[in-house]
Design a protein around this ligand. Structure first.
Ligand code: MN
Length: 358
């Protein structure tokens, strides 16, 4: 975990706890480790959604004092960039819903249940204020925001379902279980063992669904890369294998994985907030974007899928297919999974389409 991420976690915990003397020290550490003034401000703004305005305002007041003291000592801190104004094309509720779907990788389902059905206005505030207004500000990445959130939740205590939800989100964003363990050790030093142990109990119930890099589970690898591990059944139909060779947290703002589909296997409908490029390395498969006919993809083809385009890909009924999937712009979030591709959708391929495509 980077020093910057560690500082965000510590600053979030101490702001939420209201431990201002320790926060003061941690703000100095954060600035020294490369956080900009605007990034730290943004952590405090973000936290209003979790710890309320009073704690955040106290945090900001402490930060002002720290900056003045450093200035008096002749330290020049970096202001950093401001948030890019958010373009609002779909309405705030829809925009917030999209952000939440990107974070969880799951489509938001209707009708609403639980608290959202009981008090619809809080669902509106969550989507519009938290996920559109706050998460929409690009001063911090989604992963940085989620580290701040989890840290605040662990500090608050007694909010296990929310902790679990956000642990699932950070893992979907590419954070590993080992990094979460590291976060909990860090928080143990700031908050004590009881708070960290409560987080550890929740973490033990969260199963990582991320495919870890370098997994070499299968034999019979006659391709360039190992076939990897079996793709999760909730997002795939039939048998497919995934080997993630580059992951979001590798710091290249991109992910690369190989996917091998047995005949008839395919992904569910989904979209990639950062887009996707498929390099077909073996076999014959299908590729379809919403509202378009199924296209054949075969060895040597390159399929370019623009950000946010709903689509699916997989093998043809009679042949397996392998492709290298490149996910650019992973800072925009991981795949958002939608409904399965039905048999009738899958069988809608018409031979003549093949010639129209090439
Ligand atoms: Mn895709």
């Amino acid at each position: 975990m980077h020093a910057k991420q560690q500082s965000i976690i510590a600053i979030a915990a101490l702001t939420t706890k209201g431990d201002l003397p320790q926060l003061q020290r941690e703000l100095n550490t954060g600035l020294d480790s490369g956080l900009t003034i605007n990034e730290i401000k943004e952590v405090m703004v973000h936290l209003t959604a979790y710890n309320g305005f009073p704690r955040s305002l106290q945090g900001l007041n402490t930060f002002i004092a720290v900056l003045e003291e450093r200035k008096a000592k002749g330290i020049k801190d970096k202001l950093g960039r401001e948030a890019t104004p958010v373009k609002n094309t779909t309405g705030k509720y829809e925009q917030g819903k999209r952000v939440l779907e990107t974070l969880t990788g799951q489509a938001e389902r209707e009708p609403k249940t639980g608290y959202a059905a009981f008090a619809p206005v809080i669902d509106t505030f969550l989507k519009e204020h938290l996920f559109a207004d706050i998460f929409g500000r690009d001063v911090l990445t989604y992963t940085e925001r989620e580290f701040a959130t989890l840290s605040a939740l662990i500090t608050l205590g007694g909010v296990e379902p929310m902790m679990r939800g956000h642990m699932n989100i950070v893992m979907h964003l590419g954070v590993t279980e080992a990094e979460l363990q590291q976060m909990l050790s860090l928080l143990e030093a700031k908050l004590g063992k009881a708070a960290a142990d409560a987080g550890r109990r929740v973490l033990s119930t969260v199963k990582s669904t991320a495919v870890q890099p370098g997994s070499r589970v299968t034999s019979g690898n006659d391709g360039l890369f190992a076939k990897g591990v079996q793709a999760p059944a909730n997002n795939f139909t039939g048998t497919a294998w995934v080997n993630m060779v580059v992951q979001a947290q590798d710091g290249l703002n991109c992910s690369i994985g190989t996917v091998t589909f047995e005949p008839g296997a395919r992904t569910a409908w989904h979209r990639h907030p950062g887009g996707q490029i498929l390099l077909v390395t073996e076999g014959v498969g299908y590729y379809q974007e919403k509202g378009q006919p199924i296209r054949i993809m075969q060895k040597g083809d390159v399929m370019k899928c623009l950000p946010g385009t709903e689509h699916w890909h997989g093998a043809s009924p009679d042949s397996q297919v392998s492709h290298i999937a490149i996910g650019p712009n992973t800072d925009k979030g991981g795949a958002v999974w939608l409904q399965k591709v039905t048999d009738s959708e899958y069988k809608s391929y018409k031979k003549q389409d093949k010639y129209a495509d090439h």
